[in-house]
Structures are given as C-alpha cells and as structure tokens.
Design a protein around this ligand. Structure first.
Ligand code: FAD
Ligand code: NAP
Length: 444
C-alpha cells in the first residue's frame, strides 16, 4: 500500500463521518476519527428503529469493515468542543491538515412556546435515544401518559407513533400536522407498523373538515386520502388498542398544564393552506382550539449543537457561500460570518451540514462528497513529512491526557462481550444501556 500523505481528523462516527473516513483513507490520507459515543454508527445505531435489526446489522458490518483499515484510527468516548475533551484548535494545532465536522444534528429545536418545559413534554430525539439505549438516555425514565400528541408528520413522528402504539400501548396517539394530508412527509413503509391502529372514522372526519381548504389550494382530496389507506392491506397485525388519529392544519401555540399536574392539552392555531410558487404553506387563521393530551412529543427535526466551535445558520453549521472546493455545486467548507472568510481547514458533512435531512444513504453521499472537497484542498498542500510519527505522538498524548478513550481494540472487546451476553440471554441482539457497563466490559 502507498504511504499516507496527509493527516486528517474526522469528528463524528455516524454514517457521514465513517464513509468520509473510508474515502479519505482510500485516497491516501491517514484518518483519526473522534466520536462522542463509545460505539460508532450515530443514528444508524441509535436512531433507526430497533426492530430493523437486519438493516442495523448490515450497517454495523460495513462500519466494522471501514474501521478495520490501518489508515483509520478510532477514538470513541471523546467529545470535541461542546465542553468536551478536545477543542477544534487543539486538532488544528496538532498537525491535522484538515478536519471534517460530521457531528450530526445533536441540538434541540425549541419553538419557544409557553409550557414547553412542563413535565410530559419531550423532544423525539430523547425518546428515540431512550428506546435505542444510547447512554445516558437509555437508563433515564420517560413517563408517557395515555393520550400523546406528537407534533410533526415526518418519519420520526411515525417512529414515535410506532413506539407508542406497539411498545408503550398508550390509549391514543394524535399526530398534529401544521399543513394538510397532502404534505405529510412520512413514507408508506413506516406507516405499516401502526396502520391497523388508524382510527378510520376519525380520519374520514378530518378529511371532510379540511377538504374545502385542500380544494381551494387545488389539491385532490381523494388521492391524498388514498395515500393513507393504501398502506392498510400491508399493515402489521395490531398488538394494542391504541387509536391513531391525525389533526391537520394545526400549529402548536401553547402546551396547556401546570407543574403540579403536568400537561393537560396542546393549544393549536388553525391554519389554512397557501400555494406560493409551487409550494404549499400553512398560514395561521388566528383561531385556536385545544387538543386533549397528557404528553406532547415534538418530532419536528433537530438542529446542530450550538456549543460546538463552528458558527451556525438556521439549523446547521454555516458553509462558505462561494466554495473554493465545491462538489456537485455544494459547499462543504465552514464559514466565519464575522471575518466573511472560510474557517481554514475545517469542512462540514452529513447532518452537521444539513440538519435532519435524508436517510443513511444521503448522509453517506454527503460524507463522501465532503471527503472529496477535503481531498481537493489537500492536493493544494504539500504532503506531510514524518506523518506516522506525528500521528503516533498525538495519539500517545491523547491517551495519556484523557481517561477511558475507546480505541478499536476495546471496541472489539465490547462487541464480543455483547455477543456473548446475547447468546447467554437467547436474544438476537444485546446492547449495554450505560457507559459504565460498556467500559467495564471493555476492561477499563
Ligand atoms: C429517529 C430516526 C430514525 C431514522 N431511521 C432511519 C432508517 O430507518 N433508515 C435510514 O436510512 N435512515 C434513518 N434515519 C436517518 C439516518 O439515521 C441519518 O441520515 C444519518 O444517521 C445521519 O448521519 P450523520 O453521520 O450525519 O449524523 P449522526 O448519525 O447523528 O452521527 C453523528 C455522530 O457524531 C458524534 N458526535 C456528535 N457530537 C460530537 C462531538 N462534539 N464530538 C465528537 N463526536 C460527536 C455522535 O456520537 C454520532 O456518532 C433516521 C433518523 C432518525 C432521527
Ligand atoms: N424509517 C425511516 O426511514 C426514517 C425514520 C426517521 C427519520 N428518517 C429520515 O430522517 C430525516 C428527518 O426526519 P424528521 O421526521 O425529523 O424530519 P421531516 O421529514 O423533515 O419532518 C419534520 C416534520 O415536522 C414538521 N415541522 C417542522 N417544524 C415545525 C414547526 N415549527 N411546527 C410544526 N411542525 C413542524 C414538518 O412540517 P412541514 O412539512 O410543514 O415543514 C414535518 O412534518 C428525514 O429525511 C426522514 O425521512 C427516516
């Protein structure tokens, strides 16, 4: 194998970071991968619904194979920035010629509504991390009531509905959607888990209520309804009596309740639809109503972590408007809006560049494109002399100054321990839910 020429760091070992690392390594770079979580995979491990085990295991195999490269080192349980173990400047000062930020969308999108902090109000990410056993969420208690309003109409809303219908078996799940039935974003496939719990009478009532507004916006009501009921023949057999219903054209304005009794309802403003330049928007009508609920879950997408050491714009880290190394016309270079200059040597990829957008395949392509942009930059730089020695010294310092850093060797031990535990329990998959258990299993 040709000697490595460049030394780069990748922050975040989700799909974007891992596939970027592979591309960088295959193209002659030595990659050091840092990950906040002990395990690699990001949302592929801790987001994808647990019952999609085949898909998860397929991805785990690919990630294991990527990490087996001699050109990629892995350091889990290491948070960069965000009050973590290392700051970005440390990496840039330690010889890394370029750094890829692939940290995903770890921040919470607050709507700043009254009542948003009441007990019984959750953001989907926390519940998703809980049922996927990401520490510390895996061991925390999330009390869910009987009537749960889930705000949003994407696949995350459907995953939450899946959890509430098939696992928590609550009485009622109400999906609260700000636009109409023709604008829902979840896929048929994801509805199969809950389709048999759909309250068809309530759905028809809701369609009748919003039909005039849909028609005024030029929409085909029957076609939209068909897209909801077409999934029913393929839907899984129900395991609960949960009623799933939809409230369309409703934007949350307040969570009703108090600190003693928690949530009692979700106050929403009625919307109408406005077709503008080929897109359909929701416009508030000023009238409000309250949906009875004792729990509210926001499944409205996430935002990047604002404590990270890169400026943000909307929900993602800010990219250079006129990229010097564009790939397919897209900018992957971080930008400093104060100096109006690129943040030299810092690149963005995956959900860190575009929060809450797309499937694993999209994050993979974005990570690979970010790697291509980095490689275009690296080609303008002289190869790094004495590279192996610089990497070795950096890693020695990291291990001396930071506790319980998880390298590839330890990761292998964890995998073995979890497989042994699965066998012992006679289950297909076993995951430790706390960092302490994982660290003990790895021999710390
Ligand atoms: C609930 C849910 C379910 C999904 N289900 C599916 C599905 O079924 N099929 C599908 O194809 N896609 C699914 N997706 C989408 C898919 O998971 C994402 O497209 C993809 O994981 C995004 O990849 P990423 O690498 O950009 O970010 P992430 O996957 O979020 O990875 C980010 C990584 O960065 C690390 N990190 C964060 N901050 C730091 C830091 N400061 N320092 C060091 N490391 C850090 C994290 O530990 C994590 O490992 C789902 C998404 C969600 C939210
Ligand atoms: N099983 C799977 O394959 C799977 C599972 C989970 C996630 N994913 C993927 O992960 C990505 C993220 O999913 P997601 O569900 O978080 O995002 P999403 O698909 O963008 O859906 C977000 C939903 O929240 C609504 N919303 C946003 N802001 C709102 C606000 N202020 N008030 C009220 N509603 C608001 C949106 O409405 P508008 O449309 O009106 O903006 C939309 O219905 C998607 O690409 C998704 O496909 C895939």
């Amino acid at each position: 194998m040709e000697d490595s020429k460049y030394m780069v760091a990748v922050i975040g070992a989700g799909p974007a970071g891992l596939y970027a690392a592979r591309k960088l390594a295959e193209s002659g770079a030595r990659v050091v991968l840092f990950n906040r979580d002990i395990k690699p995979g990001g949302l592929a491990e801790y987001g994808i619904y647990p019952d999609k085990l085949k898909m998860k295991q397929g991805l785990r195999n690919q990630f294991r194979q990527i990490l087996s490269s001699d050109r990629i080192d892995y350091f889990g349980n290491v948070t960069v920035c965000c009050g973590g173990n290392i700051v970005l400047e440390d990496l840039l000062d330690s010889g890394f010629q370029a750094v890829l930020v692939a940290t995903g969308a770890q921040g919470t999108k607050w709507l700043r509504l009254p009542g948003e902090n009441l007990p019984g109000v959750y953001h989907a990410k926390n519940l998703v991390f809980h049922y996927n056993l990401l520490p510390p969420f895996g061991t925390k208690k999330y009390l869910v009531g009987r009537r749960v309003a889930v705000v949003g109409a994407g696949n995350v809303m459907m995953d939450i509905a899946h959890y509430l219908v098939r696992d928590q078996k609550v009485e009622e799940v109400i999906a609260v959607v700000r636009r109409g039935p023709a604008e829902v974003k979840f896929t048929h496939k994801e509805m199969e888990a809950v389709g048999k719990n759909l309250d068809l009478a309530a759905l028809d009532g809701e369609f009748a209520r919003v039909a005039p507004i849909m028609q005024a916006a030029g929409q085909d009501v029957e076609m939209a309804r068909k897209s909801f009921v077409d999934v029913l023949p393929k839907a899984l057999e129900p395991v609960s009596q949960t009623r799933l219903r939809f409230e369309f054209l409703a934007s949350p304005v307040r969570i009703v309740g108090d600190w003693m009794s928690g949530v009692t309802g979700l106050k929403v403003e009625d919307n109408t639809l406005l077709a503008v330049d080929g897109t359909v928007k929701a416009r508030g009508l000023g009238t409000t109503r309250t949906i009875d609920a004792d729990t509210v879950v926001f499944a409205i997408g996430d935002t990047v972590d604002r404590d990270f050491c890169v400026p943000t714009y909307n929900d993602a880290y800010l990219a250079v408007p006129q990229p010097r190394f564009p790939v397919s016309g897209i900018s992957f270079e971080a930008f400093n809006p104060d100096s109006q200059k690129p943040i030299e040597r810092v690149f963005l990829g995956g959900w860190a560049r575009q929060a809450s957008t797309g499937l694993v395949g999209v994050a993979r392509r974005d990570g690979e494109n970010a790697a291509e942009a980095m490689l275009a930059y690296l080609k303008t730089q002289p190869p790094m002399p004495d590279l192996d020695n610089v990497v070795y010294k950096f890693e020695q310092r990291l291990l001396e100054t930071h506790e319980r850093v998880v390298d590839k060797n330890r990761l292998g031990k964890l995998e073995q321990a979890e497989q042994a535990e699965a066998q012992k329990r006679g289950v297909e998959d076993f995951k430790y839910a706390s960092n302490d258990e994982m660290l003990t299993a790895m021999g710390f």
